[in-house]
Design a protein around this ligand. Sequence first.
Ligand code: FRU
Length: 476
Amino acid sequence: SSNRETYRPVYHHTPVYGWMNDPNGMFYKDGVYHLYFQYNPYGSMWANMTWGHSTSTDLTHWTYEGTAIVPDAWGAIFSGSCVVDKDNTAGFGKGAVVAFYTSAKSTPWGDVQSQSMAYSLDNGKTFIKYEHNPILTSTERDFRDPKVFWYAPGKHWVMMLAVGQEMQIYSSGNLKEWKKESSFGAMQGTHGGVWECPDLVEVAVEGSKEKKWVLICNLNPGGPFGGSAAQYFVGSFDGKKFVNESPTQTKWLDWGKDNYATVTWSNAPAGRCIALGWMSNWQYANNVPTTQYRSANTLARDLTLYRVGGELYLKSKPSPEIKKARAEEKKIPTFEVKGNYEVASLLADNKGAYEIEMTIENKGTSKIDFSLMNEKGEKVAMYYDVVRKQFVMDRSASGIVGFSRDFPAVTVAPVRNTDQIHLRLFIDRSSVEAFGEEGEYVMTNLVFPAEPYNRMVFSSDKGSYIVKSMNVYRLQ
Ligand code: FRU
């Protein structure tokens, strides 16, 4: 990728050129992470939906592999998933990679969406479309984004589908014929827009041997700060029906504006549950100030569950592989903030791609305030509100913000503890991802500064706080 592009991330996946939205069909096989994505190979706005394909062995460095599935008579290729058919249940071949996607066609009588499949006998490089496509049709207008996985206890496949404002669950023994088992959605969570890109995964509960099923439900619009966002439900699943443990609560996967269409890797190694999102928002995705390409993915995140009182919540920890991208470390000696304090240079010539890891101890202030700034006075203001127990990020003066009235925004996450804080901030040219307490809360926001931020300006009110450790890492 060209380093002359101001906003192209260094350590996040982006298309070399053209438009990208949702991550699709992610699977792991033989040491390789495959990532397909909603792709327009012919322009940098949404159109001509195709599956682009990239691969990685470390979830950080990506190689573009070309287009994998292209539009046909059934329509454009919308979002979906892949499975590795180890036991050849479909008869395409042992270990065939089988892709499920939505065929989306505009017709004079409206948009028609149906589910199709294609299989690969060369580890996901090229796909052969199934000759009897489509495999599932409907008269529903919004009928899409198949997520397929193997349900071992029942020895059958499961397909999750986003249909209007619900998720439908289907089952199959051969990946070709599907039977509807149940619907999930009425009176559950948030319904500000259509439900899209489902996922259903079994996730380990920290500190126990227990596992729970988590239904990831992307919705657009209806996010906590407008536009697209990902909510999730924790509960049980018997192969046919998902039951949410806490129907009246909405749980958000990320508290920023720019983490959408999050889904997980199929067949991930060592029982890991690794999630990836599209780092944008339908409110302005087509208008962000890049031209050669549009959109990046979030950092890969390992998901686990943790308990607070009686409730289970997802923790999204940056996948450990990102530590291998650390190229240079700068340790800033401990300091106390009583009034104002400035770290005038985070990292000389930082190229806009670095991580800041901080531990903070509160000594009686009600506001732990720190802003990333550049020499142009542009800033990403962040603070912990000790009284309200919140982490806040304000990008309204972060750089270019005028391309959409929905872009200048303040995003807020609830936090449990503001006495001792651990925070990792990942800055990559045009994004800031904040992970508090190893991922108990996450906030992902795009930013478009005229030049990289390289200062951090701290302040407190009344009392003080101690920045016990502050490490800055160049990331490559
Ligand atoms: C989500 C989405 C999906 C659809 C795809 C089309 O961002 O709207 O529901 O399959 O994008 O590109």
